[in-house]
Structures are given as C-alpha cells and as structure tokens.
Design a protein around this ligand. Structure first.
Ligand SMILES: C=C(O[C@@H]1C=C(C(=O)O)C=C[C@H]1O)C(=O)O
Length: 369
C-alpha cells in the first residue's frame, strides 16, 4: 500500500468505527462463550440433582427475555433485542441438550416459524402431517415439545386443536403469537397474465378473501392441506399462484406478485407449546382450562362468577359441543395467573364444585415476543 493510500485509509472515518466494532465483537464473543460455559455448569447441576433432569426451563427463559426487554435502552427495539437473546439461549440450551420439537408441518408453514420463534434455531424441529400426530409424538416421548396453532385473530379458533386436547394428558407449556403476513406467490414458469387458480390453506384463503375479490375476482380458489403445500404445487404449474408466507416462499424459491395481502392489518395467529410436564410460575403467566357444565339455565353465568369475584382477567372463552350427550357443552377458558397462585386456587376449587368436569390444561408464561 502506498503512503498516499495509507493516509486516505487513516482519514476515512469508517476505519476508526470498524476498529471499535471489531473490539466490541471480541468482547461480545468472550461474553457469549462465558455465558455458554455457565449454561454447561447449570446442566451439570441439573444432572447431579438426579432423577429425570429437565434442561429446558420455559419460565426461566421468559424471565430472562422480559428482563432484557426491560433493560434495553435502544437503538435496537425490545423485540429485536429479545430475538437476539432468544438465539443465544437456544444455542446455550443446545449445549446442555438439544431440544426436539414436533410441529404441524410440512416445512415452510407458519407453525414452523412459530416453533423457531419460540425455541430458536438451535432446536431440532420435526414436521408432522396432522395436529393429532404432533400430540402423539410428544405423548410417546419421541420429542420434548410440540407446537400447534390454536386461534387466529380474524378466523377464530382452530377447533381440531381444542378437540384433541380433550382426550390428551399433555400440558400447555407456552404460547407464541405470530404476525401473519400472506403473499401472492408464483414460480419461475408461471405466466402471470394467465393465472386462473390460487392455492392456499382454507384459513389463509379466508384471511385474504376481500383482497382476492378486489384484485383477482375470477380465479378459482383451491383449498389445500397447508400453505407450504400450496407453494410446492405452484412451483411446477404455469397458470397457478399460491397464498403463503415468507418461509414457504423462501423454501420453494417463489416470487412475490403482491405482498401482505391479508385483509386485517394485524392478522395474527396464536400457537401453543405442548409438553409432558407442568411449568412453574414465571411471574406473568396464563392458565387454560376446559370445563364441562351440565346444561342448566344460568350455568355459564355461575361458572364465570368466581373469576369476577377474585378479579381474575379472562383472556378467552370458547364453547365446543361435548362428545358425550347431545346438548352438553364444554368451555375452554384462558385467564391471567398461574394455577399455584392462591387466588387462582380459590377460583379453581369453586369452579370444580360447579362443573361436571374440570381439566387444567396448563399454566405457562405469557408469550414474551
Ligand atoms: C441455563 C439454563 O438452562 C436453559 C438455558 C437457559 C439460558 O440459556 O438462559 C435458560 C433456561 C433453560 O432453558 C437454566 O435453567 O438456567
């Protein structure tokens, strides 16, 4: 390098800034390594305690992320910072023991995106072809956790998930809420002026119905088993498009004809994490119940009264017909609080005395991200 070049480099402000970034990166590297060594130490303590060592601790992870979001002063926003720490924790946990997660597949679905958002990219995620299979895989111990969709802000509840819960011994261990953005996608062989058919999952077609009516009123809408399956199909068809999200678009190398075509701007889906063990309180928790009531006038009112009495915030109530008896109903109820909170225990005792059946599906940290 000539003297003149050296002078130019020294007077370039980027050089000094990049030197400082290099220095910080070295520090961050050391700190992450130190954190990872402590996680290994934690694993040794867990193993030494004997029994069936449980490495993944959802309540602790929620507390770590909440503390990070509280301490964050920017310029990165809280969610972005928490996402970075989620990945660090995911890698640390993988050093203790990689967590195995079954999700409603195939690859490229929003459920996979939810699994990665919750467990980070170091988790081993296994696609299943149906919701019951996710439950079965967790029950059989082939994986540690499962991820299934439970409700969408515009389309309502995923009834199949709630129905499967009625006959399952699994617990809810967490929740993830995902903003759902749909795109109209086509493959490299698609003739965009000749599109006559749009594939997607029925829920996604419903979530984009107004947009489709306004922009593509004549296309045939074909419901398929998942958005990822829709994306897979258009890859080899010249006159079809798919509605799917970013993961499916990337997986199948599709092009976006139109982005964010969902009718509701804050369209989001809630997913549940299911597992075999119950989760201790994290400080900000939710509890889900399923309650069967005898079909008498005023039974729903009586059921809800204890929640009101103890000032417990109901976040959701859903009715499903019970399998037994023609006119019996079960209620799925979500509320703020943990089943070990004294207030919640009073309410549960009262509800139990009123209900034909009560099942606590789980207490779990409120979704952080
Ligand atoms: C380190 C631990 O184990 C796991 C890893 C965590 C982390 O990296 O902070 C937190 C909780 C556990 O899922 C722990 O239990 O503290």
């Amino acid at each position: 390098m000539s003297e003149a070049d050296k002078g130019a480099e020294q007077s370039n402000p980027l050089v000094g800034l990049r030197d400082r970034i290099d220095e910080l990166d070295t520090n961050i590297l050391q700190l992450i390594s130190e954190r990872a060594r402590l996680a290994q130490e934690v694993a040794r303590v867990k193993l030494a305690a004997g029994g069936d060592a449980v490495f993944y601790r959802p309540e602790r992870e929620a507390q770590v992320l909440r503390a990070i979001m509280e301490k964050n002063i920017g310029p990165l926003d809280d969610e972005e910072m928490a996402r970075l720490f989620r990945e660090i924790m995911s890698a640390c946990l993988a050093l203790e023991k990689p967590v195995r997660v079954a999700y409603l597949g195939p690859e490229g679905t929003f459920t996979q995106q939810a699994a990665l958002k919750h467990f980070g990219h170091s988790a081993v995620c296994v696609p299943m072809s149906a919701i019951d299979e996710v439950f079965r895989e967790v029950e059989a111990g082939a994986v540690n956790y499962g991820v299934v969709p439970v409700e969408n802000s515009s389309e309502g509840v995923v009834t199949h998930t709630l129905d499967t819960f009625m006959n399952s011994s699994l617990q809810i261990c967490g929740e993830v809420v995902l903003r759902i953005h749909h795109h109209l996608l086509c493959g490299e062989n698609t003739r965009q002026d000749k599109i006559t058919r749009v594939y997607s999952h029925a829920q996604s077609l419903a979530q984009c119905r107004k947009w489709l009516d306004a922009h593509w009123p004549m296309v045939e809408k074909v419901a398929v088993s998942s958005n990822a399956e829709a994306a897979r199909r258009v890859k080899s068809e010249w006159n079809s498009a798919a509605i799917a999200g970013d993961m499916a678009a990337e997986l199948y190398g599709l092009t976006k004809i139109a982005e964010k075509i969902e009718d509701e701007p804050d369209n989001s889906t809630r997913f549940l994490i299911i597992g075999n063990d119950s989760v201790p309180a994290s400080g900000t928790d939710k509890t889900s119940l399923v309650v069967a009531m005898r079909n008498k006038p005023g039974s729903l009112h009586r059921l809800l009264a204890p929640f009101h009495c103890y000032d417990i915030d109901l976040t959701r109530i859903e009715t499903r017909p019970a399998r037994s008896g023609v006119w019996n109903y079960v209620f799925f109820i979500d509320f703020s609080g943990h089943k070990d909170d004294p207030k919640v225990q009073y309410v549960l005792r009262e509800v139990e005395s009123l209900a034909a059946e009560l099942k606590v599906l789980g207490s779990y940290p409120k979704g952080v991200l």
